[in-house]
Write a protein that binds this ligand. Structure first.
Ligand code: G6P
Length: 609
């Protein structure tokens, strides 16, 4: 949420910063700004809207600065206007700051600063910070920033620059990610590596409460409160630039949907021991006897990751018989959850930075729970703070609507379910059989992607609808929720997911000839029940798009459209059933002319509460 990039080195800073902002745009895109330090002063450009508007504003102007900072915003405090766009300046326009996060005690700090004669121009909490730094500035930006931060409550990832100290930027982190990119005679700071990967793959992730002073030839990291220096800890990032570009697809979302045969294969690669019928998930850091002692699991997450958690609940309970509870991270953190010996907590997060999920993790750790993570971004805050976990290895996900991360999370949860089951009652033979099903899934997803044209034709018939209903039962009830969420997020059509039978307790009132219902009707134990639910929709003239099992020819008589998916174990069907739902949402949104990768009001990673 909000993208930050900073540069000091030998290149012209402007193109480096603009390119970085474009790569970060998926994190927030309601306004943007840039500041360059040159000839003892700061030049600022800002715009409302996307980075192209910023480029437009800058066109024709000459800048030779070799240091600067930039920001793309997702508004929290203050509307997205030019005035509220970052960077923010101090009273004398000598210090500029970009910020991601929320300063919670900004009212008290503002009162103090107003009394000291500072004048404020914006509605943001951020502006307070730059004035606070000004208050303590005596020619050393690092020291002034450090002192200011000791007075701040809340979350921040900030980068600061001063006209009197060109060639130096200062950054600090508390609750909002920042990474230093180390180059040769140039250094970078960014809220995520994708912004700077074109220049360096050497990353030093700031830890909570750290402040860094960055110049072209070095960077020095210290703790905000104690000012003790720590030695650099550089990691080489393996994601390539190719992986974070569109690769010929019109949208990141489409590219990511099509990557799923590969990403799903990555989620099982080297993990399925067919001989023993056991998945190997060494990152869990739990011995077999410890796994056997687990008597309850809590899974917490937000958004799409919460939907995968819900699928996990069905699969883990069904296979291993270990009771599972799921909880929105934003609720978990405030409701004094009961954690006893034997309770294992999982947090699921694609980005590994979602503020509520991170807070839930910390809450659970405070209660002495073992907390494991299911994350995509290696080295993210959640990945670092958990006691262990499983990376989904889906590669960078840029489209705001999550697709490949979701299916990979489910793939990992299926393996966890299988592992727990094998630690209990499940035979090796059964384990092998299930591993066989999991291994086939990437190929089956490939098969579903071949019928994209058929899904596009269905989208053409329904893209003008104002409402959609998504119905599923059992393990595919959360699949229906996720299908509805995908449509809502990118097409702005109102869509509701429901357990199919529950429909008659309310949503049925909405059904008429204008209401399409997407029904997941696979040949499983609830197939006949779902067929009855289909009849109920049909009786009210509702139009039905069914996701059905390959070979099911009868269902065609009962519904308007059938999308067939290959057969697998019933517990693994959510992965396959999700693919057509992602494509349907995608095509509908394209036909409605929506901004697929950057839907209005959303952000890829919500790092504020
Ligand atoms: C935001 C994104 C969603 C995502 C959710 C959780 O709302 O728009 O796509 O599912 O955050 O993100 P996480 O990175 O924790 O999985």
């Amino acid at each position: 949420m909000c993208g930050i990039v900073g540069y000091v080195g030998f290149r012209q800073a402007l193109p480096v910063l603009l390119q970085g902002l474009k790569r970060l745009e998926y994190r927030g895109y309601d306004s943007a700004g840039i500041v360059l330090a040159e000839n003892g002063c700061l030049s600022v450009e800002k715009c409302v809207g996307k980075i192209v508007c910023l480029e437009e504003a800058i066109k024709g102007k000459e800048y030779n600065a070799t240091s600067g900072i930039a920001h793309t915003r997702w508004a929290t405090h203050g509307e997205p206007t030019i005035v509220n766009a970052h960077p923010h300046l101090d009273s004398k326009s000598q210090i500029a700051l970009v910020h991601n996060g929320i300063i919670e005690n900004y009212r008290a700090l503002k009162a103090f600063l107003v009394e000291r004669g500072h004048e404020f121009r914006t509605d943001t909490d951020t502006e307070i910070l730059v004035h606070l730094i000004e208050e303590y500035y005596e020619g050393d930006l690092t020291e002034a920033t450090r002192i200011a931060l000791t007075q701040v409550e809340g979350t921040y990832g900030i980068v600061v620059i001063a006209s009197q100290e060109p060639g130096k930027i200062v950054a600090a982190r508390q609750g909002s990610p920042l990474v230093v990119g180390h180059g040769d005679n140039e250094n970078f700071v960014a809220s995520d590596m994708s912004a700077i990967l074109a220049y360096t793959n050497r990353a030093d992730y700031l830890k909570e409460g750290e402040i860094v002073t960055v110049t072209a030839d070095k960077y020095e990291i210290a703790a905000v409160d104690k000012n003790l220096l720590r030695t650099p800890q550089i990691e080489e990032i393996s994601w390539t630039l190719d992986q974070i570009e569109k690769g010929g697809y019109e949208h990141f979302m489409l590219k990511e949907i099509h990557e799923q045969p590969t990403t799903l294969a990555n989620a099982i690669r080297g993990r399925l021991n067919y001989g023993e019928g056991i998945p190997r998930l060494n990152g869990l850091n739990l011995q077999y006897d410890e796994l056997r002692k687990i008597n309850r699991i809590i899974i917490t997450a937000c958004g799409t990751s919460w939907h995968s958690a819900m699928i996990g609940e069905y699969v883990i309970e069904e296979m291993s018989r270990v009771p599972v509870e799921i909880e929105y991270a934003s609720e978990f953190r405030y409701r004094k959850p009961i954690i006893e010996p034997g309770t294992l907590v999982f947090v699921i997060s694609q980005s590994g930075e979602t503020a509520d999920t991170l807070a839930a993790l910390r809450e659970a750790k405070k209660m002495d729970a073992t907390v494991l993570g299911i994350c995509n971004v290696v080295g993210s805050s959640i990945a670092r703070e958990t006691d262990g976990g499983v990376y989904i290895h889906a590669g960078p996900e840029i489209g705001v609507a999550s697709t490949k991360a979701f299916t990979s999370q489910v793939m990992v949860l299926c393996q966890i379910a299988l592992l727990l089951a094998r630690m209990r009652h499940m035979t090796a033979q059964k384990g092998k059989e299930l591993i066989g099903f999991l291994k086939n899934i990437p190929g089956q997803v490939e098969q579903i992607l071949q019928i994209d044209d058929q899904i596009c034709e269905i989208a053409e018939q329904y893209y003008n609808s104002n409402n959609f209903l998504y119905l599923g039962r059992g393990v595919n009830y959360p699949t229906a929720l996720e299908g509805a969420l995908k449509l809502k997020e990118i097409s702005y059509i109102h869509a509701e997911g429901y357990p199919a039978a529950e429909m008659k307790h309310g949503p049925i009132a909405l059904i008429d000839e204008n209401m399409p219902a997407v029904v997941i009707a696979l040949r499983d134990s609830v197939y006949d029940k779902v067929l009855s639910n289909i009849e109920e929709v049909k009786a009210r003239q509702g139009r039905i798009i069914a996701i059905a099992s390959e070979g099911d020819t009868e269902i065609a008589e009962k519904v308007n459209h059938v999308i067939h998916i290959p057969q697998t174990h019933p517990m693994f069907t959510p992965i396959l059933a999700s693919i057509p739902l992602q494509l349907l949402a995608y095509h509908i949104a394209v036909l409605r002319g929506c901004d697929i990768d950057q839907p209005r009001n959303l952000a890829k990673s919500v790092t504020v509460e």
